[in-house]
Design a protein around this ligand. Structure first.
Ligand code: FAD
Ligand code: ZN
Length: 502
């Protein structure tokens, strides 16, 4: 058993939400599509432009309309703003001066990282000033003893990973967007990705942050220790705050050693009950070397076949698992995985499988999972959701949506980071209509709630989901969030219309 492989390299792209279709079709501005009212911020005047020019010089103050397009549109064109200026500071001091001035002059600001977010958080809704971290890209220190890297917020994730790789470390975060996204954007969205299962989320791995508040105050929470209980853990409030509480300028991140033995299994299973039992067994049998546990269903594999012209390397099964191990001893890790797989087959949990140990074969198998979102934008109409669910309900939502959609959908399919209880659920239809959209939403969110899930697992609320916050969280919790916002940003200039309901 178990040694077949497949081809191709990987990359990925994820896309969410039907709103993309509406906007792309009409090519209209977010404010018009969603009927948002502009808050009472001041408009830019000549004296404002002069102030920013004095701080940054002409080159780091973008006002050219053509150049502004990339700051006004999301990579998938889900949302579209009308900002007339983007600022590109290089230092914390410059960020502080800019924000103080904006606060004093009641000018709204939209923090901008790598613009790979999927919920419209980094794009202005109206004429907010875009504050970009792209020139804040210095790696300030890599401590070989502790494995802590300290850098500016605009460092690109992949560059950081390459840098720490030089001394045998890795960044404990891996996304398909790693070639473009910033570490500051990752922290601002509390990004998840493929390594979260093994290394945990950024609340654990980010040891310190430097943040500039709306009034220009520099908040130094730059600890480099895992243990530092000196008062409230303020940095955690900014992790996942999506630019609404302050602008992140520096990050201290704990980097684990880079694994030198990686193995990937691709398995076929009969039903979801066995998928669940295999997950429990994998945690038990593989222990510390288990590094990823991803699931795909049959409609997803059909989608992969049709759209990507890639086949399952093991034939057709109702469910597929990708189980990755990573550790430091190839023989030990490989023995452990093979023992686990043999035991799974004896117990008839797994029907067939293939294992890859060579990097190009591992990448080839990962590409089956990673390339799925690449072709989302080529589909007729695809409604995409990113939810967390208790594992006993993990696949219930896909079954419910399939039934709920009936003949309205061409295909309903589910895949995701099962190890983290995170499901990506897609509904493919022939063409977008408001009736279909209303048939899906809010049903899908309400059902997710009934199943004790979360309506946003790893992509955040941004602009596109902000109006569902009241559905996701109890009244008092939303109130506490609003009070926190008032505390850090009393005038509400930081990324308005995002996260909190508008
Ligand atoms: P942006 O998109 O620029 O901004 C995102 C939000 O953060 C905005 O609200 C913005 O205002 C705010 N922000 C940005 N920089 C700062 C700053 N310095 N200070 C304060 N606020 C700031 N996400 C996952 O969680 N897991 C995945 O596996 C994953 N895979 C992806 C794959 C692809 C191909 C793509 C395109 C996206 C994927 N994403 C994933 C979504 C996205 O990459 C992440 O949300 C990422 O963390 C965003 O980083 P960014 O620098 O591009 O931020
Ligand atoms: Zn994901």
């Amino acid at each position: 058993m178990l040694v077949r492989t497949c081809c191709n390299k990987f990359i990925s792209a994820v896309k969410s939400s039907v709103e993309y279709r509406i906007i792309c079709k009409k090519s209209d501005f977010t404010k018009n599509i969603y009927n948002v009212n502009r808050r009472n911020f001041n408009k830019l005047e000549a004296r404002h432009f002069q102030f920013f020019k004095d701080i940054l010089g002409g080159e780091r103050m973008i006002t050219d309309q053509e150049e502004m397009r990339s700051y006004n549109e999301e990579w998938m064109r889900c949302v579209k703003g009308i900002s007339s200026m983007a600022l590109k500071p290089k230092t914390t001091e410059e960020v502080s001066k800019i924000l103080k001035f904006c606060n004093d002059n009641n000018l709204a600001v939209c923090p901008y990282g790598g613009n790979t977010g999927l919920v419209g958080g980094a794009i202005p809704v109206f004429d907010e000033i875009v504050l970009s971290a792209e020139l804040m890209n210095e790696i300030l220190n890599v401590d070989e003893n502790s494995g802590v890297v300290v850098c500016q917020a605009g460092c690109i994730l992949e560059n950081l990973d390459n840098k720490v790789a030089e001394i045998g470390l890795m960044i404990p975060l891996d996304l398909g967007a790693k070639g473009s996204c910033h570490i500051g954007g990752n922290v601002a969205t509390n990004a998840g990705g493929l390594k979260l299962f093994r290394y945990g989320n950024l609340h654990g791995n980010v040891l310190g942050l430097e943040v500039v508040l709306a009034d220009g105050t520099v908040l130094d929470c730059m600890s480099s220790f895992k243990k530092d209980n000196t008062g409230y853990h303020l940095k955690n409030i900014f992790i996942g705050s999506e630019g609404t509480l302050g602008f992140i300028t520096k990050v201290a991140l704990q980097c684990p050693p880079r694994a030198n033995s990686i193995t990937l299994a691709f398995l076929g299973l009969q039903n979801f009950e066995r998928v669940l039992r295999t997950f429990k067994k994998a945690k038990q049998d593989l222990g510390e070397i288990l590094s990823a546990f991803e699931v795909l269903d049959t409609p997803t594999m059909e989608f992969v076949n049709e759209r990507l012209k890639m086949n399952s390397p093991i034939g057709d099964f109702p469910y597929y698992l990708l189980i990755e191990t990573s550790g430091s001893n190839e023989e030990h890790d490989s023995d452990k995985l093979h023992q686990f797989l043999e035991s799974c087959m004896e117990k008839e949990l797994v029907l067939d499988g293939t294992v890859a140990t060579e990097p190009h074969k591992i990448n080839a198998i990962w590409s089956i999972r990673e390339k799925i979102p690449d072709v989302f934008k080529d589909c007729g109409y695809l409604f995409c959701y990113d939810v967390s669910l208790p594992l006993e309900n993990y696949y219930v939502l896909v079954d419910d949506m399939t039934q709920h959609m009936g003949k309205l959908a061409k295909k309903v399919f589910g895949f995701g980071h099962m190890g983290d209880s995170n499901l990506h659920l897609q509904v493919e239809v022939d063409e977008f209509t408001r009736e279909i959209k209303n048939h899906i939403e809010p049903f899908i969110f309400e059902r997710t709630k009934q199943l004790n899930g979360s309506i946003s697992a790893e992509h955040g609320m941004g602009f596109l989901k902000a109006r569902y916050l009241n559905l996701a969280r109890p009244y008092n919790t939303v109130k506490a969030m609003e009070n926190l916002k008032k505390l850090f940003d009393p005038s509400g200039i930081m990324n308005p219309y995002k996260v909190l309901p508008w």
